[in-house]
Design a protein around this ligand. Structure first.
Ligand code: MG
Length: 355
């Protein structure tokens, strides 16, 4: 099989309501769909969802990088995935979300060629995952009512966004812990908004509560203090923006600086890099979470295939598609029942996309 063309299509997806995080208010998401055509009837679909504060890419830089990379990929066998990553990395450093879109399309083709759903090719530990759902920063009353609404919808894990204002964060967490039942697990994501002392003080106030995990308290540039935080809090420490690839994971875990590593396909250049991070973490005895930027159902389906395939991926934060008014030209991949996402048995990613 040979790659004959790589096409990109921009799409704007509206959110059902704005999402507030430390980076600002998000009302709509722009994403880039990738289609790899081959000299057979098979085509592969991928998604390159840029998130400027984390991967430094925009739709237009993705388009430019694709234009730059494509000539080196034409004529290559799309099933030689490591070879294609080597070519891409030799041509241009970084551009991880763009490379993820190409990677996802390659894995989609691999599954279609094998006539198997991707999770079975990656390991097949399971065909389903349980995901948490994110509560964005809002007035405390709104955050509490969102928490109650999601618990009523069947979610057992809530991820609370924090990091803008310590006093507000503390009130919000206390009120949410009070409002939800004992079976609900609460995680907090400070999105790089704290200092190490703020993190330790904050988490120690919530010892012996349902607040079980703290994600990325410090700016990603601080590579020295996460281990200190981890030693001084009772909750698990998850690192997200600090870990983009297997090298970051190795360095963080050498320093015993995380209890959980949060993989995102847009940081890891797709499934190929996600596999490497998970193996490094598993060897270090550390679990992985898989999160998302603001991917549509396509990117999320790829993340579900990866997560379901591996026992070491214990946690999923794959809720972005639930925040969207989903377009009718994109479907498939998995079915949702409460907080459980179950993959279909369709080959590859199992996605239907009008491209
Ligand atoms: Mg995060």
């Amino acid at each position: 099989m040979k790659i004959t063309d790589i096409l990109a299509k921009e799409a704007t997806i509206m959110l059902t309501e704005p999402l507030k995080v430390t980076f600002g208010d998000i009302k709509e998401v722009k994403t880039l769909f990738i289609k790899i055509e081959t000299d057979t009837d098979l085509v592969g679909f991928g998604e390159s969802c840029p998130f400027e504060p984390v991967t430094g890419e925009t739709l237009s830089t993705e388009q430019k990088a694709l234009e730059f990379l494509s000539p080196a990929l034409y004529g290559q066998d799309p099933l030689q995935i490591e070879k294609i990553h080597n070519i891409m990395d030799d041509q241009i450093v970084g551009h991880t979300a763009l490379k993820a879109g190409i990677d996802l399309a390659l894995y989609d083709l691999l599954g279609k060629q094998a006539n198997l759903p991707l999770y079975k090719l990656l390991g097949g530990a399971s065909n389903q995952v349980t995901t948490d759902i994110t509560i964005s920063i809002n007035p405390v009353d709104k955050m509490v009512s969102d928490a109650q609404k999601y618990v009523a919808q069947g979610f057992s894990e809530l991820k609370i966004k924090a990091g803008l204002d310590n006093t507000h964060d503390e009130k919000a967490i206390a009120a949410i812990l009070e409002a939800v039942d004992d079976d609900t697990v609460v995680k907090l994501d400070a999105n790089q908004g704290w200092t190490s002392k703020q993190a330790v003080r904050f988490m120690n106030r919530f010892n012996n509560t349902k607040l079980e995990m703290l994600e990325q308290p410090l700016p990603y540039t601080n590579t020295s203090d996460n281990a200190l935080i981890r030693q001084n809090i009772s909750q698990d420490l998850i690192l997200d923006e600090s870990v983009h690839d297997a090298h970051d994971a190795f360095s963080v875990l050498q320093n015993r600086a995380a209890d959980v590593v949060n993989i995102k396909l847009m940081k890891s250049k797709g499934i190929f890099g996600a596999e490497q991070i998970n193996r490094v973490a598993e060897a270090a005895g550390v679990a992985c979470m898989i999160g998302c930027m603001a991917e549509t159902r396509l990117g999320i389906a790829a993340a579900v295939h990866f997560a379901a395939a591996h026992k070491n991926v214990h946690y999923c934060d794959l809720d972005s598609f639930m925040m969207f008014k989903e377009p009718d030209w994109l479907s498939g991949g998995f079915e949702q029942n409460g907080d459980v996402l179950t993959l279909t048995e369709a080959p590859g990613l199992g996605i239907n996309l009008e491209f």
